[in-house]
Design a protein around this ligand. Structure first.
Ligand SMILES: [Zn+2]
Ligand SMILES: [Zn+2]
Length: 210
């Protein structure tokens, strides 16, 4: 990629994102209504302490049904991104494809006012009998779909914790002496995310070699 241009970091929903639909139309209709949006995202999202880079758009499919008492929205979001591999730190591709369900009610329909706190997927809007914009929920769905750990491949060998060599590119021949403290930190992080490294029970630095 040509350098120079600074990538945008999205801390919240991109401003131009809008996913409106006509709630009145859904309420009048006996059938469910299918909706589709392509939301541009050219920038990064920071989550789980790492950066996910997006270059295209988020594809949103929705199916809406309901009546005056409330609308149900079944969402499917898909997107492509890249994020650093948890083992070797090279950029790894990532496909997001997830389903979500949200419920929308009009603020005026809060007779049983306590279900407001009960269900986090229940969204109160001014009125479901007019335009309803679900882009906040699309953004939320995208962010919670970001995996905590991304791998460039299931077989990724990671980097050598002694010399930092990318072990996917061959053996570095390290004997296991003289640990660089920077890589000890990396090794520790690997344990925090709970990775199962085959044949490695704990952090055995003091090699038993005599
Ligand atoms: Zn890797
Ligand atoms: Zn090494």
């Amino acid at each position: 990629m040509a350098g120079g241009e600074k990538r945008r970091l999205f801390l919240e929903k991109p401003q131009q994102w809008r996913c409106p639909f006509d709630g009145a139309k859904v309420i009048e209709s006996d059938a469910s209504v299918d909706l589709f949006w392509m939301l541009p995202i050219n920038g990064d999202i920071e989550y789980w302490g790492q950066v996910y880079s997006f270059m295209e758009e988020v594809t949103v499919k929705a199916n809406v049904f309901g009546d005056r008492s409330g609308l149900t929205v079944d969402l499917n979001i898909s997107a492509s991104a890249t994020a650093p591999c948890a083992r070797c730190l090279s950029m790894a591709p990532l496909e997001i494809f997830r389903d979500f369900r949200y419920f929308y009610k009009s603020l005026s329909i809060t007779e049983s006012g306590d279900d407001k706190d009960k269900d986090e997927d229940l969204i109160f809007v001014q009125s479901i009998d007019e335009e309803v914009d679900i882009s906040d929920q699309v953004w939320e769905s995208l962010v919670v779909s970001l995996p905590e750990k991304v791998l460039c491949s299931a077989e990724c060998c990671g980097i050598c914790q002694f010399c930092g060599h990318d072990r996917n590119k061959g053996d570095c021949g390290c004997s296991g002496e003289g640990v660089d403290p920077r890589f000890e930190v990396l090794a520790g992080q690997e344990q925090i995310v709970g990775e199962n490294v085959p044949g490695k029970g704990g952090n055995q630095r003091g090699s038993s070699k005599k």
